[in-house]
Structures are given as structure tokens and as C-alpha cells.
Design a protein around this ligand. Structure first.
Ligand code: NDP
Ligand code: GDR
Length: 329
């Protein structure tokens, strides 16, 4: 029997790297779409997952996606590519819409054209987001909760989510949408709050910095570990029927809790001494609080998180300490 084949967009991102590693360990032949003429993250992918085959392509370019599909002939497509930083999406709303919203349609169209008479032959995963719940209308949030996005990013994800459902209903595609709550790791981009905090705390601990500047400390998020969440993506595509699933831990913490825990890992209790709040990092419209109900994923997929917030934060701070010590960046 030939090995199953997967194509991942967003292979250079946090989730793309974890998913590629996980699929390779499961015996997949893994392909990834990489954009740009000299992507600086190509080296990282080649170092961490050397067995991955990379294809040039961009979510805004239909023919490049068709070519990647033709050259990789995947059984499963994971659409993780996006402009994913919420704060940035206000400054670049049109670009965010082109990539994070319309890019999903372009990928779905490429897949529909590629699949010909058999629309269900390639299974599709869309990376939807808890940001779609925005101004939450119900707590905890589940698959049926009304969507009320609060940023151009959130609005774009709602479009991608509904378009995925629409292609499933219109063409019979095996298209699933994972509504994932925040998930983090030592590979998280440094623009996101968990990594910003872990890196700053590591630097303060090593005497390389003396301040951490943040925005809203009262926002609450349901944070899990990225390695756990990519397993849920895979499980969704192993089901006979495509569907939508919330993936979350069910526990929320504030940014303040995050900061306290990160500093505690390096033995600093009087953390407010090092933290300054700056309006610059506040958003035009905030998502105040998110907490997910992953009961359906537990029941149908048998999925549950394995890493708690109390384990995740020290893991990230420690990784940044080791990286700074090693002088890697
Ligand atoms: P990252 O920001 O780490 O990665 C985003 C990826 O998208 C990068 O590989 C990036 O490539 C790629 N990309 C950006 N623009 C384009 C484009 N025009 N064409 C093709 N690829 C592009 O995100 P994560 O790994 O954290 O998240 C993966 C997905 O899951 C995203 O869609 C995100 O919105 C969504 N999500 C993430 C959650 C989280 O907590 N991490 C929670 C819920 C949803 P490049 O390196 O070239 O910039
Ligand atoms: P989020 O993640 O917007 O939830 O989107 P982020 O870590 O950027 O923000 C979380 C919360 O922290 C508050 N915050 C700050 N955020 C950043 N980045 N920098 C700061 O200095 C800061 N100070 C306070 C924010 O206001 C916010 O409330 C992430 C992304 O991965 C999305 O792509 C994904 O869809 C969602 O998670 C689920």
C-alpha cells in the first residue's frame, strides 16, 4: 500500500511545523506550500522536517495552488496559511482579507477543480479560529455559538469557515473546519503575547533586558499546546464524515496570570516592577474573554489536551532561556 500524502499550506508557521513532524511520524509523504522568492523560513523547515517536499505557491494565486496539488497529488490538504496576527489585521485589513478570507476560497476552488468528478477524494482541513466568537454570545463557546468577530482577521476567518461549510454542502467535499482556541509553543511567533512574555522573561532573567511592555492585561484566553492541537486536525480528517469541531482546554486565564506564571518560573515574584502597560499594544476592538467547550471533539474524535497552562508557560520560558544562552538568536 502506498503512503498517504498530505499537502500543508502555512508549513513555515508554528502549526505547519508541528503538523509536518506529526504526519511524518505517522508515515505520511508530506508536501508543503511555501511562498515568496526567497522565503527566510525555508531553511527552518528544511532543518526541522528535512523529508518535506516544498512547492512554491501563494494562497492568492489559484494557478500556483493547482500546480502544488498536481505535483503532490495529496489525499489530505491542511489549509493553515493565513495572515494570523490579529493586531496587524487592522493596519492591513484588505491584505488580510485577500489572504485569510479569499485565500480559503482560492484553495477550495483549486481543490474542486483538481478533484474533477470525485469531489470527496481529497480531504480538506480549514484552520478556523476562536477569534470568530469575538464578542462572545455564550460561555463556553461551542460549535453552535453565534459568531461575532471583532477584527478584520476574525471577519476573514468567519468567511473562510462558512465557505468551507458551503463547499461541503454544495459539492460534497470532505471539508472540515477546526475552530481552534489559542495554542502556543516555543515555536510561537514572537509577536504573540505568550512568546513575547516568555522571551522577555528569559531575557530579564539572564540580565539582557529590564522591561516588558504590554497592552491589555485583563484579556482572558483559553491557551493550549500546539502539539496537541495539530493531532486534532489530523483526527478530523480521519472521520468518515466531515464536520466542524471546537478544540480547546476549557480553562481560561488572563494575560496577568500568564505574566505572573512566567516570572515565577525564574523566581521573580514582584513582577509588576518589570511590566509597563502601553496603549500602543491595545486593540481598536478587544476580544475580552474566550473559553471553549471541546465536548464534541472529546466524544467524536477522542481528543483531549495533554499539556496544561501551568506546564506550557514554564516550557516556553525555559526554551527561551536555553535559546538565548546558546546564542541562537
Ligand atoms: P503562523 O502565523 O505561525 O503561520 C502562518 C503561515 O501562513 C506561515 O507559514 C505563513 O508563511 C503562511 N502564509 C501567510 N501568507 C500566506 C500566503 N499569502 N500564501 C500562503 N501562505 C501564507 O500561524 P499558526 O501556525 O499559529 O496558525 C496556523 C493557522 O491556524 C493560521 O491560519 C491561523 O490563523 C490559524 N489559527 C491559529 C491559532 C493559534 O493559536 N496558533 C488558533 C486558531 C487558528 P510565511 O512564513 O511565508 O509568512
Ligand atoms: P490572539 O493572540 O489575538 O488571541 O490571536 P495574541 O497573543 O496576539 O493576543 C492575545 C491577547 O493578549 C493581549 N495582549 C497582547 N497581545 C500581543 N500580541 N502583544 C501584547 O503586547 C499584548 N498585550 C496584551 C491581546 O490584546 C489579546 O487580548 C491568536 C492568533 O494565533 C490568531 O491567529 C488565532 O486565531 C487566535 O489566537 C485564536
Amino acid at each position: 500500500m502506498s503512503r498517504p500524502r498530505a499537502l500543508i499550506t502555512g508549513i513555515t508557521g508554528q502549526d505547519g511545523l508541528y503538523l509536518a513532524e506529526s504526519l511524518i511520524a505517522k508515515g505520511y509523504d508530506v508536501h508543503g506550500v511555501i511562498r515568496g522568492q526567497n522565503n527566510p523560513r525555508r531553511e527552518l523547515v528544511e532543518e526541522l522536517v528535512p523529508d518535506v517536499h516544498l512547492h512554491n505557491g501563494d494562497l492568492t494565486d489559484l494557478s500556483s495552488l493547482l500546480r502544488a496539488l498536481r505535483d503532490s497529488e495529496p489525499d489530505e490538504v491542511y489549509n493553515l496559511g493565513a495572515i494570523s496576527f490579529v493586531a496587524y489585521s487592522w493596519e492591513n485589513a484588505a491584505l488580510t482579507t485577500d489572504v485569510t478570507a479569499k485565500g480559503v476560497l482560492t484553495m477550495l476552488e483549486a481543490l474542486r477543480l483538481h478533484s474533477g468528478d470525485d469531489p470527496g477524494r481529497v480531504r480538506f482541513y480549514q484552520a478556523s479560529s476562536s477569534e470568530m466568537f469575538g464578542k462572545v454570545q455564550e460561555t463556553p463557546q461551542r460549535e453552535s455559538t453565534l459568531l461575532w468577530p471583532r477584527s478584520p482577521y476574525g471577519v476573514s476567518k468567519v468567511f473562510g469557515h462558512h465557505m468551507t461549510i458551503n463547499y461541503r454542502e454544495s459539492y460534497g467535499m470532505h471539508a472540515s473546519s477546526g475552530i481552534l482556541f489559542n495554542h502556543e509553543s516555543p515555536r510561537r511567533g514572537e509577536e504573540f503575547v505568550t512568546r513575547k512574555v516568555s522571551k522577555a522573561v528569559a531575557a530579564i532573567h539572564l540580565g539582557l533586558a529590564d522591561e516588558l511592555v504590554l497592552g491589555n492585561l485583563d484579556a482572558r484566553r483559553d491557551w493550549g499546546f500546539a502539539g496537541d492541537y495539530v493531532e486534532a486536525m489530523w483526527l478530523m480528517l480521519q472521520q468518515d464524515e466531515p464536520d466542524d469541531y471546537v478544540i480547546a482546554t476549557g480553562i481560561s486565564h488572563s494575560i496577568r496570570d500568564l505574566v505572573r506564571l512566567a516570572f515565577a518560573h525564574v523566581g521573580i515574584e514582584d513582577w509588576p516592577r518589570y511590566v509597563r502597560e502601553d496603549e500602543r499594544f491595545r486593540r481598536p476592538a478587544e476580544v475580552d474573554t474566550l473559553v471553549g467547550d471541546a465536548a464534541k471533539a472529546r466524544r467524536v474524535l477522542g481528543w483531549q489536551p495533554t499539556v496544561s497552562f501551568e506546564e506550557l508557560v514554564p516550557m516556553m520560558v525555559q526554551a527561551d532561556i536555553e535559546a538565548l544562552k546558546a546564542g541562537w538568536r
